[in-house]
Design a protein around this ligand. Structure first.
Ligand code: ACM
Ligand code: ZN
Length: 751
């Protein structure tokens, strides 16, 4: 009886509160899901009833969401297999979705809410193999109104078809702002009718002499990955027989993309970066620069000359055409990374500073932003700029896109000045950074509420992930950078569910397998079952653990990079002599992923040490005032303190310049092979019995390295070193038989 009651209560709980959004693998996780277990069989041909003719535009996205169902009648009304309606009592972006045995009912507070509901429907259809939908009642609303994604098409060009494919993915994950970075020093990608030179010259370059293209070609050689090769379709031969790379969007192309985005509930935010990042303008119009030619300053390119009235006239003429093409509320001026030396040396710029009492070159930049902001406002548009526009009497109606995670002051300054902000901190939301086994959860772990925004929550419009494309020459490479991290960004921007990293990783794996099924590229999660450096006694059997079944693994035994024709990993590999195995992941459709190198060395158990004294728990840790780039040099700095650490972590009081040396003994419980890892920013090393086990040395961002050592039962001297100069990350631990990263048990640490 007791048991039956339990079952009943369990069933009630499932029906009332839902079994949790994870059941249906939805990303982003919705607010509430009731999932009673029934299903709706999709009809062969579907009638769609719209409560408002404005919703007819959602038809194509609905057909995309339910591909096994033919498009039938589209009616104005409330009777159909799928009913879409606007319900103004719901918040903007919010929706209610009900799948019952007789059909699907969607009501939303806005067109965007209907799109988000259809995005959920698409994921529900995947649960039912495309043929049925699980019966659910979902009530959902976004955490943030602004859920943005930026694509840089200047450094490398992406066709309008590729942009549209990304827009569709954005809608599937409930993003609603597409930020199109259309111009930069390396390319001008938008037709401006008044200044055709901008694309005639600025959309094309010689890849043999262009640094971004040279870097990509080098990576293509090193990684044997065709996704690093410039697409043939973007190469052309000029009148002199030179091969040029590039492309641009005609105004018709732009209108086509904008109209398509609007059907997906996505606003398109164009950015034509000024007054810095403007070499393509200056190459066509040298008179708009201070020195009369394109040049680089100390860090960034030399900007437009703001002392020249013609520059302002040019900028306004360009943006006038932009306003005609993009009917949305926000337009982005850029205004980041402006090298000001040219202005210091320019009589015209200095004269402008004096005439308007601007104080200095910072005042000159602020003046330009204010001028442009009033021009935008006169055309009914709100200006967005990168956080370099903060301060300096910025109008409170401008929106600041905060990106410099190391400069919290610009965020605070903007909020205190009354500006709205968009959060895109480099550390978490820049998707161009190198990825590793931890980078997906790094994005997922971002907590916008931890920024200093208290009291200003209503000014935070939302989140925005960015992809810069200096080393991203193809669509496949772009998808590798974006996915699966965009899933995490989607979750952050939309969901209000409590964080659950393991649950999210599991859902993300389901979505990666859907990318596989659709032939899309993504970063395949790391393989398990081995360390970077491995040891064995007589022989070992290497059993590779795949993140999920659709991943294909190929390998080599001669240290070379595996290719699509290397042997397929089909089962355990026996190793009985020193060797290097190179394992490479491929997507189901054969797109090359990352390579993992695993070195195997024959070893014997290292004998324990006799200390002849009683040891205490923990390790000794010495903190040195170290600034440098090598673990071996830490002791050359001044010793600041010595204490006992119960675990290997940065002690509470340690801040600023950090060089740490942990020493003591590992109390090994039984003979065996032990696996250790170090996940650090910057460098770290771990030695046991004086032997290097994990070498993660050198200056670098968060990186994991791992290694093994064969140890006999008893005490073994251990030394762990770590350095960082701006408060980084130190995680040191062991890898258990299941591949889990766990702390070194405290009972094993002695000094
Ligand atoms: C930027 O990353 N320069 C905005
Ligand atoms: Zn000037």
């Amino acid at each position: 009886m007791k048991r039956l009651l339990f079952v009943l209560i369990g069933a009630l709980f499932a029906a009332c509160s839902g079994r949790g959004p994870a059941d249906l693998d939805l990303i982003p996780a919705p607010r509430t899901v009731e999932h009673s277990g029934g299903a709706y069989r999709l009809p062969e041909v579907m009638t769609v009833a719209c409560g408002d003719s404005a919703l007819f535009a959602a038809r194509d996205f609905l057909a995309h969401a339910l591909p096994a169902t033919g498009a039938g009648e589209l009616l104005l009304g409330t009777e159909g297999d799928v009913c879409l309606a606007l319900d103004r009592s719901l918040a903007d972006g919010a929706y209610r979705l009900e799948v019952a045995s007789d059909g699907v009912r969607i009501a939303a507070g806005s067109y965007g809410g209907v799109i988000s509901a259809i995005a959920t429907l698409r994921q529900l259809a995947a649960v039912g193999g495309g043929e049925t939908l699980p019966a659910v009642k979902i009530e959902d609303a976004p955490r943030y109104a602004w859920r943005g994604y930026m694509l840089d098409v200047a450094r490398h060009f992406f066709t309008k078809e590729q942009v549209k494919a990304l827009l569709l993915r954005m809608a599937e994950y409930k993003f609603n702002k597409f930020h199109w970075h259309l111009t930069d020093d390396q390319g001008w990608r938008i037709e401006i009718r008044r200044y055709p030179q901008l694309t005639e010259q600025g959309a094309w370059r010689d890849p043999a002499t262009h640094q971004n293209d040279i870097t990509c070609a080098e990576r293509a050689e090193q990684t044997l990955d065709p996704a690093y090769r410039l697409p043939e379709a973007l190469l052309r031969t000029d009148a002199e027989g030179r091969t040029l790379y590039g492309g641009y969007y005609t105004q018709d192309d732009i209108r086509e993309v904008v109209a398509y985005a609007a059907t997906l509930g996505i606003d398109v935010i164009p950015e034509l970066d000024m007054p810095g990042h403007s070499l393509k303008i200056i190459e066509s119009f040298p008179a708009l620069s201070c020195a009369g030619k394109a040049a680089w300053g100390e860090t960034f390119s030399s900007p437009l000359c703001l002392g020249n009235d013609a520059t302002l006239e040019f900028a306004k003429n360009v943006y006038k055409e932009v306003f005609e093409l993009f009917p949305f509320e926000y337009v982005h001026l850029g205004a980041d990374e402006v090298e000001k030396i040219a202005w210091t040396n320019c009589p015209k710029c200095q004269s402008r500073i004096r005439m308007h009492r601007l104080g200095d070159e910072h005042g000159l930049q602020a003046w330009f932003v204010r001028e442009m902001e009033s021009f935008f406002a006169a055309h009914g548009r709100k200006l967005i700029g990168w956080d370099e526009i903060a301060g300096d009497n910025l109008s409170p109606t401008a929106v600041v896109q905060w990106w410099r995670s190391w400069m919290g002051s610009t965020l605070t300054q903007s909020l205190e000045a009354g500006n709205s902000v968009i959060l895109s901190p480099v550390e978490y939301l820049y998707l161009d950074g190198t990825q590793n086994r931890n980078s997906l959860l790094k994005v997922y772990g971002y907590d916008p509420a931890a920024e200093r925004i208290a009291g200003h929550e209503s000014q935070v419009l939302g989140l925005h992930a960015n992809l810069w494309t200096e080393t991203v020459p193809t669509f496949d490479r772009a998808c590798y950078q974006i996915f699966p991290r965009l899933f995490a960004a989607s979750e952050l921007a939309w969901s209000t569910q409590p964080k659950d990293a393991a649950g999210f990783e599991r859902r993300a794996a389901v979505h990666m397998q859907r990318l596989d099924a659709e032939g899309w590229n993504y970063r395949i999660p790391d393989l398990g079952g081995f360390c970077d450096e491995n040891v064995f006694l007589d022989r070992t059997v290497v059993e590779v653990v795949k993140p999920f079944g659709s991943v294909v693994v190929r390998y080599t035994t001669d240290g070379s990079v595996p290719t699509a024709s290397s042997p397929l990993y089909e089962g355990p590999i026996t190793v009985d002599a020193d060797c290097t195995l190179m394992f490479r992941r491929f997507t189901a459709s054969g797109k090359a992923g990352d390579t993992q190198r695993a070195r195997f060395v024959k070893s014997s158990l290292l004998a324990p040490t006799e200390t002849g004294r009683t040891l205490s728990p923990g390790l000794t840790v010495r903190w040195y005032d170290y600034v440098g780039e090598a673990c071996g040099e830490i002791e050359s700095a001044t010793l600041r303190s010595e204490s006992v650490a119960a675990s290997v972590a940065i002690p509470e009081q340690v801040k600023g310049n950090i060089g740490l040396v942990f020493t003591g003994y590992l109390d090994i419980p039984e003979d065996g092979i032990y696996s250790f890892y170090l996940y650090t920013d910057d460098g770290s090393t771990l030695k046991v019995d004086g032997r290097m086990v994990v070498d993660n040395d050198g200056p670098h961002s968060r990186t994991e390295r791992s290694g093994q050592i064969a140890l006999a039962r008893g005490l073994h001297p251990v030394e762990i070193r770590y350095f960082d100069s701006n408060g980084g990350i130190l995680e040191a631990g062991m890898i258990d038989a299941q591949g889990r990263r766990v702390p070194i048990p405290s009972q094993m640490l002695r000094h």
